[in-house]
Each structure stands twice: as structure tokens, then as C-alpha cells.
Design a protein around this ligand. Structure first.
Ligand SMILES: C[S@@+](CC[C@H](N)C(=O)[O-])C[C@H]1O[C@@H](n2cnc3c(N)ncnc32)[C@H](O)[C@@H]1O
Length: 300
């Protein structure tokens, strides 16, 4: 099996320091306040991610790595480089180096329980078998653990409730994590939270060079299409989704950005569709049309 390490733990702008990753700034200048503001504005414009001033040191070390990779010695030079004409490809690297990718299988298990116990019986009740595919969107899917968890839960559910089909669109702004998601290969310790029955059913154990890794089975992967997508852009879907997961990303956006996003999610859900957000997030301070059905679950 082809291997790529799922080294996404703690790779974003969370936490307070990058010292554990051994980052030093030798040979580089330091990020000035003025340039921090310029980079923050650029990152905000491109991703919606709002960096508070406390994140300056962290941005300094994250960008420092990228500067070294580009053999550039000053942040000012790197700013000109990344904003220069035809530098969209470098912008992808900038975004990769600042996005927060922490995720895990069965993260916030209560959402999956709610989905199976409440949402699925309701959605199934609304349609006749075989007529229409149910569409799920993992809208900030990181390295794939969230959409694969969703796929396992749904595939298992539909085995007991045959006659319906589903597909999952899984998107993220970071090409780095999407590469990992597409491969579907994870170190064994990353699947500790997967129930043994599902582990056996949906993963292949690596052997030889793949020892210590597991790979998602093709039969499960075929339900998911991974795509590069920026939540700040226009959504090409209208009344199209049954369920949207947007978990643990809105926390990095400011209120105005969250409000616009929540309205876009509302429009792209089918009537009666559901939105799940992360357990530390809330849309209650934002004007919206959703009906809250659980602490972090909303219905159109
Ligand atoms: C902390 S992870 C959350 C992953 C998963 N939803 C979960 O809850 O475990 C946040 C993800 O949001 C993505 N992200 C940040 N800004 C984004 C944007 N503007 N559009 C799409 N994805 C974005 C990051 O690349 C990252 O993979």
C-alpha cells in the first residue's frame, strides 16, 4: 500500500508556541508588527481566518519554515513574493502553513449518535427508497477523519436500512491535508477511537512497509469525493445538501464571516436539512434562520 504519514496533529495555528517542533529563527529576521498586520490581512482576505495579535509569535515560526523552504531570508521579501503576480501556487503553501488541521476519527461522537438516532430515521421517512441519493457535506474535512467517520456510520446504517444511497462531498482549503485524506492511510494509533467492528469492516491492515498503518477500504472511499474548496467563495449548491458538517473551523472566523457562512449553509441545505458545528462553537450570537435541535445541531 502506498504510504503517506498523517502528520496533521497540532499543525495549525492553535496553541501558543511551536518550540516543540524545533523551529528556530536563525538566519531569518523576525516578523515585525507591521508585517504581521499585512500577513493577517492577506490570510483573512483569502481564508476568513482571523489572527489575533497574540498569534504573532506563532505566525513568525510557521512562516519561518516556509521562508526557509523558499530560501528567502526576510518576511518582507516573502510578502512581496506571495502577493506577486502569478503566485497563486505559493499562496496555497502559505495557507497550508497557517491552517489548523487537528482532527480525529469519531471526534465529538455525540454528533454521530444524534445522526443515527434522530436525523437518519427522519430523512429516510421523507423519501421513498431508491429515489434520491442523500448528500452529506464535510465542509472543512482536514485529513479525512471526519468524512471517513461519517461514511462508516452511514454505510453501516444503510446496511440495516437498505434501499437508500448516499454520497459525501468532503472539502478543505488546505491541499496538504486533502492529499492525506485522498490516500486514506493512517498510523494505527490514529484509529484507536474507531469501534473494533467498524475497524475490521472498513480498514485494511498494512503489512511489510505498511506495518503500523491502516488503509481505508476502497468500498468505503467510493462514497466520498474530496475537493479543494474555500468556504469564503460562492457555494455552487442550492437546496442540495441533506446534512452539513462544519465543525471546528468557524471558531477561527470573526462574527461577520460566520454570519455570511451560516447564511450560505442555510441556502445550500434542502428544507429539513441539518447543520452540525463544533462543540465549542455556537451560532446563537449570529442572526440566522436555523432551528436549534441540540446544543450544536441545527435544522433548516
Ligand atoms: C481544525 S480542522 C477541523 C477538521 C474537522 N472538521 C474536525 O472537526 O475534526 C479545520 C479545517 O478547516 C480548514 N479551513 C480553514 N479555513 C478554511 C476555509 N476558508 N475554507 C475551507 N476550509 C478551511 C483547515 O484547513 C482545516 O483543515
Amino acid at each position: 500500500m502506498a504510504l503517506i504519514r498523517a502528520s496533521t496533529m497540532g499543525s495549525g495555528l492553535t496553541g501558543t508556541s511551536d518550540k516543540a517542533e524545533g523551529v528556530t529563527s536563525f538566519g531569518l529576521d523576525r516578523l515585525s508588527d507591521k508585517l504581521f498586520i499585512s500577513f493577517s490581512a492577506l490570510i483573512f482576505e483569502k481564508t476568513g481566518i482571523f489572527l489575533k495579535s497574540e498569534k504573532k509569535e506563532l505566525l513568525n515560526s510557521r512562516l519561518g519554515k516556509r521562508l526557509r523552504a523558499c530560501r528567502i531570508n526576510s518576511f518582507a521579501e516573502y510578502y512581496d513574493y506571495v502577493t506577486g503576480a502569478g503566485k497563486a501556487s505559493e499562496l496555497v503553501h502559505l495557507i497550508d502553513s497557517v491552517s489548523t488541521n487537528y482532527t480525529s476519527f469519531f471526534r465529538e461522537q455525540a454528533h454521530f449518535d444524534f445522526l443515527v438516532d434522530q436525523v437518519m430515521p427522519e430523512l429516510i421517512g421523507q423519501r421513498s427508497a431508491g429515489k434520491e441519493e442523500m448528500v452529506f457535506w464535510s465542509s472543512a474535512c482536514s485529513s479525512g477523519e471526519e468524512p471517513y467517520t461519517l461514511a462508516m456510520v452511514l454505510d453501516d446504517y444503510f446496511e440495516n436500512n437498505p434501499g437508500h444511497r448516499f454520497s459525501i462531498i468532503a472539502t478543505d482549503i488546505s491541499t496538504k491535508v486533502l492529499g492525506i485524506a485522498n490516500q486514506g492511510v493512517y498510523p494505527t494509533e490514529r484509529v484507536e477511537k474507531v469501534p473494533p467492528k467498524l475497524l475490521k469492516k472498513y480498514f485494511q491492515k498494512g503489512t511489510g512497509a505498511g506495518e503500523g498503518f491502516v488503509k481505508i477500504k476502497r468500498s468505503l472511499q467510493q462514497h466520498i469525493s474530496f475537493r479543494h474548496f474555500n468556504l469564503m467563495g460562492d457555494f455552487p449548491w442550492n437546496n442540495a445538501m441533506d446534512v452539513i458538517f462544519c465543525r471546528n473551523v468557524m471558531i477561527y472566523f470573526n462574527k461577520e464571516t460566520q454570519a455570511v457562512l451560516v447564511e450560505k449553509f442555510y441556502r445550500c441545505l434542502k428544507p429539513g436539512g441539518y447543520l452540525f458545528i463544533g462543540h465549542s462553537e455556537s451560532i446563537s450570537g449570529i442572526k440566522n434562520q436555523f432551528i436549534q435541535v441540540a446544543s450544536t445541531a441545527y435544522r433548516k
